[in-house]
Design a protein around this ligand. Structure first.
Ligand code: UDX
Length: 441
């Protein structure tokens, strides 16, 4: 098979490379000249474990190519995937669909024969149908099938998630020229390696597929937010949040995953998708109050984390040195989008803190988003050097391995605000720290 992938961003690049790994010929169309040049040279613009290897292998095998011309890419393609960005639209929280509709219009302009068009970007309910309308209105002479195949990749684990997914959701427009029969066949063929490992592949309609993606992300965001609230409660009434989470998670109906407390969820998906879902639901006259509360609680939490640090530093951080370990929204990524570190460090900076930080991958993107005055350090111990308080914002494995005695010697003060619970409370207290973590004493 042969497919074209519009968009060489995170989703387009990972899924394009993985489809190529499955044996499909993949032509990625990327319009940003800098990004395209980097990709052509084999340099991967994002940090994702394992991605560089499969991009290199498949480029060398000739299965994965990069270009900026859609008409060449779709010339012999069986399907074209739309994997462009859907950022939050300013003002109303809706997803901005400009790039998706532009891609559909361009497919219509350049196609020489009928095609299967698949949206991979996270899009509101109704987008697939609108894509079908755009294609069929612009080119009544051609037969287009439209499908929605949302992506559930987690950053840092994207290759594994693609190769061994919990499920694949495929929504097909059955009002199309052949009631979606050929679309179904083509997508079955494309995902054939996953049938071999018995991964559930769920065929449904366009709207259901689109909503499933939002519902799944909103539910997970809610799960994280719930455990964060329980953690706060543990701190007030006593109790250990990890034991509470374990006890809850052993109930198979709840499950143990996504019950780790922290400074509030961030990233490129949860914040954007929860906002978009609440906007869709409000417009539809069926507001999702639980999701609205999740969004508000999570935003407020990030600010509250800064207050908590200030309080632990004795009520003021003015002129005091705050060492920071971790900046990205989670480990194993260089992604800083909507990271809890952004509002927290802005607040600490405004309160007069002298901030020195280290993150193994996120320091370059962080510079554009964090206060200018932050000093970026070469390693974790340098970030702790002479710090009055040390704050853990991302649970990179390398931080877990730090020797408490060496940290103690490096720091000026003894306060540690571990917002990811990476260390054992007893060990840190025994080492002489005023150690505070989330939801446990
Ligand atoms: C998420 C979804 O998991 C994925 O299926 C979807 O395709 C895209 O959005 P991702 O944004 O990569 O993936 O990150 P994820 O691992 O889900 O974490 C999101 C945020 O929640 C992070 O800030 C993380 O630190 C936080 N989180 C997650 C917690 O605080 N506690 C948890 O137990 C789990």
């Amino acid at each position: 098979m042969r497919i074209a992938m519009i968009g060489g961003g995170y989703v387009g690049l990972v899924s394009g490379a993985c489809f190529a790994e499955f044996g499909t010929d993949v032509a990625i169309v990327e319009r940003d000249p800098k990004r395209l040049e980097a990709l052509r040279k084999g340099s991967i613009p994002i940090y994702e474990p394992g991605l560089d290897t499969i991009v290199a292998t498949n480029t060398q095998a000739g299965r994965l190519t990069f270009g900026d011309d859609l008409s060449t890419a779709i010339e012999n393609a069986d399907a074209v995937f739309i994997a462009v960005g859907t950022p939050t639209r300013r003002g109303d929280g809706h997803a901005d669909l400009t790039y998706v509709y532009d891609a559909a219009a361009e497919i219509a302009r350049t196609a020489k024969r009928g095609l299967l068009v698949v949206t991979k970007s996270t899009v509101p309910v109704g987008t697939g149908r609108e894509v079908a309308r755009i294609l069929r209105e612009a080119r009544p002479d051609l037969l287009f099938d439209v499908a929605s195949n949302p992506e559930f990749l987690r950053e840092g684990n994207a290759i594994g998630d693609f190769m061994r997914p919990d499920r694949v959701i495929i929504g097909i427009d059955e009002s199309g020229p052949d009631q979606g029969i050929s679309a179904k066949d083509a997508l079955r063929e494309l995902y054939r390696p996953l049938y071999m490992i018995d991964a559930p592949i769920v065929f449904t309609d366009l709207e259901t597929a689109e909503l499933t993606k939002y519902a799944a992300n909103a539910f997970l965001a809610m799960k994280v937010t719930f455990i964060n609230e329980m953690a706060d409660l543990c701190e007030k009434v006593g109790g250990n949040i990890h034991d509470v989470a374990r006890g809850m998670g052993l109930d198979e109906r709840i499950g143990p995953r996504f019950l780790y407390p922290g400074p509030g969820y961030g990233g490129s998906c949860f914040p954007k998708d929860t906002r978009a879902l609440t906007a869709i639901a409000q417009d539809a006259g069926a507001p999702t109050q639980l999701v609205e509360a999740t969004v508000a609680v999570n935003e407020a939490r990030k600010i509250r984390m800064a207050e908590r640090i200030i309080e632990q530093a004795g009520g003021s951080v003015a002129g005091r040195t705050v060492g920071v370990l971790g900046l990205t929204f989670k480990p194993d990524t260089d992604d800083m989008r909507e990271a809890a570190s952004i509002p927290i460090l802005h607040r600490l900076h405004d309160a007069g803190a002298v901030i020195q930080a280290f993150d193994p991958e996120g320091m370059t993107p962080a510079r554009a988003l964090l206060p200018e005055k932050i000093r970026y350090c070469d390693d974790a111990l340098s970030a702790a050097e002479n710090a009055d308080i040390l704050v853990v914002l991302t649970e990179w494995n390398m931080f877990r391995a730090l020797d408490p005695a060496r940290l103690k010697t490096a720091m000026r003060g003894t306060a540690i605000a571990d917002l990811r619970n990476i260390w054992n409370s007893d060990t840190m207290k025994a080492a002489g720290f005023d150690y505070r973590s989330i939801g446990r004493v």
